[in-house]
Write a protein that binds this ligand. Structure first.
Ligand SMILES: O=P(O)(O)OC[C@H]1O[C@H](O)[C@H](O)[C@@H](O)[C@@H]1O
Length: 312
C-alpha cells in the first residue's frame, strides 16, 4: 500500500477526531498532527516519535528538530523525542547505535480522547521489524503519547518470547532552548555520572546545577527525582518526571561534534540540549519471558518569573 493510501485509510478510521490529521510530510513520510485546545504537536510514524510539541500558552516550541535531520526510512530523525530501543548507544556486535526502533515505520494502534480532551495515541513497532534481529523476535514495543498541556510519552516493552532479554533504551528528547550557554539543569546535582568524552569514567557528583559550555555527554546514575531545565531568557522551566527509569543522559555535542554530524547544523548546538530518559548503563533491565516493562516521562513546561530562575 502506498503512503497516500495508508494515510487516507487512517484519516477515515479516525474521522471522529477532527483535531487529528494524517499527512505526508518531509521525505514523503507519514505524520500525524494533533491540534487541540492545549497544543499543536506532530508525530512521525518513522521512528514512532513525537517531533514537535507547542503548548498554546508557550511562546516557544518545547522540542527541537535539526534543520539538517534525515527524513529517510532506515535512518533516525534528529529531533523531537527519538526512541532508542532495544539498545542505547553502540551495539557490541556493530548493529548500529541506538537500536532499530528509530529507523523503522510504526503502526497506529489506537487514538483516544479523554474527558479533559487530551489526545492519546498508541503506536507500535511491527512484529516483523523485531523479528529481523533474532534476539528480539517475539518482543513487542509500543508507545503511548499523550498530548495536552503536558506531554507524556511511555515506552512499553512486552517480552512475548520464551527467554529473558536485556534491554537498554532511551527517550532521547531534544529540547529547544534560547541559548545552551545560558541554561541550567537542576535535579542531578547529587548524582554520579559516566562521562563519555573521558571514556565513560565515573565522575563524582558535581554538587551544582549543570551548565553547558563544552561538549556534554553523560549518563547520570541512580536518578530518582525530577529534572528541571531552566531557561531564564525565555522565562521557562521544563520539568521531566520519569517512571521505570533510574538513569538519564544529558547531551550537547558542542562545536566539533556538531561539525562532524551530517544530520545536524554546525551552529545548532546553541539551540538545543538533550535530556534523555533512559535505562542505560547499569540501569539496563532484564525483562523475563512474559513480563512487561514500562518507561515513561512526563514533560511539563511552565512559564516562570525570570527572577526565580536566576541561579548564582
Ligand atoms: O547521532 P546519534 O546516533 O543520534 O546519537 C546522538 C547522541 O546520542 C546520545 O546522547 C549519546 O550519548 C551521544 O554520544 C550521541 O552522540
Amino acid at each position: 500500500m502506498s503512503t497516500a493510501q495508508v494515510l487516507s485509510e487512517l484519516q477515515t478510521q479516525y474521522a471522529s477526531f477532527p483535531e487529528v490529521r494524517f499527512f505526508e510530510g518531509k521525505g514523503g513520510l507519514p505524520f500525524v498532527r494533533v491540534s487541540n485546545r492545549f497544543c499543536d504537536a506532530e508525530i512521525s510514524l518513522l521512528g514512532g516519535q513525537i517531533l514537535s510539541f507547542s503548548p498554546k500558552d508557550q511562546a516557544q516550541p518545547v522540542l527541537f528538530c535539526s534543520d539538517a535531520a534525515y527524513f529517510e526510512l532506515g535512518k533516525g530523525i534528529k529531533g523531537g523525542a527519538p526512541v532508542c530501543w532495544p539498545w542505547f548507544g553502540d551495539h557490541p556486535d556493530g548493529l548500529g547505535a541506538h537500536g532499530f526502533a528509530r529507523s523503522n515505520l510504526w503502526r497506529v494502534d489506537s487514538i483516544e480522547r479523554d474527558d479533559c480532551e487530551v489526545i492519546e495515541l498508541v503506536l507500535s513497532l511491527p512484529a516483523e521489524v523485531c523479528a529481523q534481529t533474532p534476539e528480539w523476535q517475539g518482543v513487542r514495543l509500543s508507545t503511548k503519547i499523550r498530548v495536552g498541556k503536558w506531554l507524556t510519552i511511555a515506552l512499553i516493552t512486552e517480552n512475548g518470547s520464551d527467554k529473558a532479554v536485556s534491554l537498554s533504551q532511551a527517550l532521547h528528547t531534544y529540547f529547544q532552548v534560547s541559548d545552551c550557554r545560558t541554561i541550567h539543569i537542576e535535579g542531578l546535582e547529587n548524582n554520579t555520572y559516566l562521562d563519555k568524552p573521558s571514556n565513560f569514567q565515573r565522575q563524582a557528583a558535581a554538587g551544582k546545577a549543570i551548565t553547558v559550555n563544552a561538549e556534554v555527554d553523560r549518563v547520570y546514575e541512580n536518578v530518582h527525582s525530577p529534572i528541571t531545565l531552566l531557561d531564564p531568557n525565555w522565562n521557562r522551566s521544563i520539568t521531566l518526571t520519569s517512571e521505570g527509569s533510574a538513569s538519564a543522559v544529558v547531551w550537547n555535542p558542542w562545536v566539533e561534534k556538531s561539525k562532524a554530524m551530517n544530520d545536524f547544523g554546525d551552529n545548532e548546538y546553541t539551540q538545543m540540549v538533550c535530556i534523555e530518559t533512559t535505562n542505560a548503563a547499569s540501569d539496563a533491565r532484564v525483562i523475563d519471558s512474559g513480563q512487561t516493562h514500562t518507561m515513561q516521562v512526563k514533560i511539563h513546561p511552565k512559564a516562570v518569573d525570570s527572577r526565580s530562575v536566576v541561579i548564582t
